[in-house]
Write a protein that binds this ligand. Structure first.
Ligand code: N1C
Length: 265
């Protein structure tokens, strides 16, 4: 009788241990699944770039902002990342933009005419994402991070400033930019394009900047816009050209693979 009870007791404790293990595994899996959504997206998108060790690129990226005050991450923090995944120049094919993201990417996704920042490894893995760290923590956060203008040296703003400067420095030959003809100031001094990219174009390698001013039905401006005069000045030795191009013409060219890139506008 006593032995039977002991055996039952043993069985019961075994069952309890088993239950605890199962519960632990299930809980661990569910809690872990979305612990690091940024890392998952980063590695997922990075997979397309076969020549890189994505885990290594991720760990170099993390070091720029993890365990740091999210208002104290300067653009230089991303220099090791840019060194690990450098921007390869594509002369005459580099495309910049400001306030025209959708038109530009609709075009570049359909036609192999231009390379934007988002076609490079660094531009593509972090496009549209938010991230930050916290002093005293090894975690990456994707919510409650400082916004673009909350503080200047925030991880996202510093990232785009840093990689956009590298993208512009790599430019050569004729470069193109799509600007928005439906706003009063298509060349805005506070934009990344004006404040970082134009300043980093090298006049010994870049010969000319071609502005494509995207015109919609509600266009408010044209190539005589005052802000474009500032752009011309900021270019110094680099030549300048501006064309007003209807958005519909860009879309038609995007959908017509027969049309040579050079005759889209
Ligand atoms: O401030 P912007 O435009 O002038 O920046 C665009 C300019 C492009 O030429 C790109 O090469 O700077 C580069 N760039 C990006 O590639 C990029 N991808 C996503 C700058 N910013 C980028 N983002 C996000 O868009 C970023 O978070 C920032 O807030 C916006 C800037 O867009 P904008 O004002 O239209």
């Amino acid at each position: 009788m006593d032995r039977k009870r002991r055996r039952l007791c043993l069985l019961a404790s075994l069952l309890v241990v088993l239950l605890i293990i199962i519960l632990g595994v299930v809980l661990g899996l569910t809690l872990n699944r979305d612990r690091d959504p940024l890392k998952r997206t980063f590695l997922d998108r990075c997979g397309k770039f076969k020549e890189y060790d994505c885990q290594n690129v991720w760990s170099i990226f993390e070091q720029a902002y993890v365990n740091k005050d999210p208002c104290n991450v300067p653009p230089e923090a991303y220099h090791p990342l840019i060194a690990a995944a450098p921007i390869i120049p594509a002369c005459n094919r580099m495309m910049f933009w400001s306030k025209t993201k959708d038109v530009v990417h609709d075009f570049t996704n359909k036609r192999d005419c231009f390379i934007t920042m988002e076609d490079t490894l660094l531009g593509s893995v972090l496009d549209g994402l938010r991230w930050c760290g916290e002093e005293g923590s090894t975690e990456t956060f994707t919510t409650d991070c400082p916004g673009w203008s909350d503080c200047v040296n925030n991880p996202v703003r510093s990232f785009w400033n840093s990689v956009s400067a590298a993208f512009a420095k790599a430019a050569c030959g004729q470069v193109t930019t799509m600007l928005n003809g439906s706003i009063d100031t298509p060349y805005s001094p506070s934009s990344v394009f004006a404040s970082i990219e134009v300043k980093n174009l090298n006049s010994t390698t870049v010969q000319k900047l071609n502005v494509v001013l995207v015109i919609q039905k509600n266009a408010v401006t044209n190539c005589t816009n005052a802000s474009l005069e500032n752009l011309k000045k900021d270019l110094g030795e680099i030549q300048y050209d501006c064309k007003e191009v209807p958005e519909s013409q860009i879309q038609e060219c995007a959908s017509d693979p027969e049309k040579p890139c050079g005759s889209c506008w």
